[in-house]
Design a protein around this ligand. Structure first.
Ligand SMILES: NC(=O)c1ccc[n+]([C@@H]2O[C@H](COP(=O)([O-])OP(=O)(O)OC[C@H]3O[C@@H](n4cnc5c(N)ncnc54)[C@H](O)[C@@H]3O)[C@@H](O)[C@H]2O)c1
Length: 276
């Protein structure tokens, strides 16, 4: 029997089949779980409904499991959207056992340059979408979370240490990590766990936007395992945190990065420097 047999939940943040949310959902479905999904709302003038179609295509590629229970529009800056998707989840599932928040956005102008040049509007938007939204979706989901439900958000090491170029998104991840811990405290008495997974670089749409292209080679030389983490590994670890197998874990920031975060020196990169 799969570890998600009889479990139902919400997966927020699939954009395509390279999304971390896709990999987490793929594992949950393989393990017998049922998932409802979100997509970014399409603009009124986009007759081709590109956002919905892209996510439809991605969720058509899962390797096994129940077919998607639903696919609903969600812009986390819109409270009505958040209420609506929770209503659909309540109508379809009654209660939910897991909730994945795998959402982030910052304006490209505010990434890659200097943090000191971040605009006020860019900062507010990035924080609203990438950090506050975890609080907003937890609040809206509260009435339908089952006893022992698990919430997971996606973080990155740039929220703990300086990662040049990650900039405002690093500040958002620090806020997301702190939000996760305070939510773990608030929701703990109801049996609900809240955790964060800190993934190594993955070549998703957001990852490429945040500059992972340049990081992959560096991670290979610095990480103890001498390689990059795979999307499948991130998906499996994420599913673990969302499962009953992690029933004693909450308020935790778990790194799934082939050990990169444990390093206190540039590791085998120094061999390259010495060779020059
Ligand atoms: N890719 C990486 O290297 C990496 C590493 C560590 C953490 N993360 C984090 O993982 C999470 C998922 O990113 P990903 O790499 O799968 O990229 P992705 O681009 O596939 O996923 C990001 C998702 O956020 C959604 N989103 C953006 N703005 C939104 C809004 N206003 N309302 C609702 N949804 C919105 C997008 O539609 C998309 O589905 C993010 O929190 C990201 O910061 C990514």
């Amino acid at each position: 029997m799969g570890m998600f047999e009889g479990k139902k939940g919400l997966i927020l943040g699939v954009a395509n089949d390279r999304s971390i949310a896709w990999a987490v959902a793929n594992t949950i479905l393989q393990q017998g779980g049922e998932c409802g999904f979100s997509h970014l709302p399409d603009r009124e003038d986009d007759e081709k409904k590109r956002n919905r179609k892209r996510v439809e295509k991605a969720i058509g590629k899962f390797s096994a499991g129940h077919p998607p229970a639903f696919l609903e529009p969600l812009d986390v800056q819109n409270d009505q959207n958040i209420e609506s998707i929770m209503k659909v989840a309540a109508d379809k599932f009654g209660k939910i056992d897991f909730l994945l928040h795998s959402i982030a956005f910052a304006h490209p102008n505010d990434l890659g340059g200097d943090t000191i040049d971040t605009s006020r509007e860019g900062f507010k938007m990035a924080m609203d979408i990438s950090a506050f939204s975890l609080i907003a979706v937890c609040k809206a989901a509260q009435p339908i979370l089952s006893d022992n439900a698990s919430v997971l958000c996606m973080s990155y090491f740039g929220g703990e240490k300086i990662v040049p170029g990650y900039n405002v998104m690093g500040i958002c991840k620090a806020a997301l990590d702190a939000s996760m811990r305070y939510l773990a405290f608030d929701m703990g008495p109801a049996g609900v766990r809240v955790n964060a997974l800190s993934a190594g670089p993955i070549k998703s749409i957001s990852g490429i936007g945040a500059g992972v292209g340049k990081m992959l080679k560096m991670y290979e030389h610095v990480a103890p395992m001498g390689r990059n983490v795979t999307n499948q590994e991130v998906g499996e670890s994420g599913a673990f945190l969302l499962s009953d197998m992690a029933s004693g874990i909450t308020g935790e920031l778990m790194h799934v990065d082939c050990g990169y975060n444990a390093m206190g020196s540039p590791g085998r990169l120094t061999d390259l420097i010495d060779a020059k």
